[in-house]
Design a protein around this ligand. Sequence first.
Ligand SMILES: [Zn+2]
Length: 74
Amino acid sequence: MDAHAGAVGTAWDEGTGTMHYVIDCPRCGGRIQHEVKPRWGDPGFLEEFGEEIRLVAFDLLLLHVEDAHDDAHQ
Ligand SMILES: [Zn+2]
């Protein structure tokens, strides 16, 4: 699979007080979100874990592609 992932980022949910990974699927345009560990809600999170965010979000995207776009690896 082409590793050219879309924009990976994080979104803060004020309602639940949790942060989420956010990545857009390049195949269907769907938005994939996954909750980050609660203790990662501090302001330094993005700088400290920026690379890890990208890696985890890309893993989520790969799982989504395998689940929702089964033809991706045929
Ligand atoms: Zn998709």
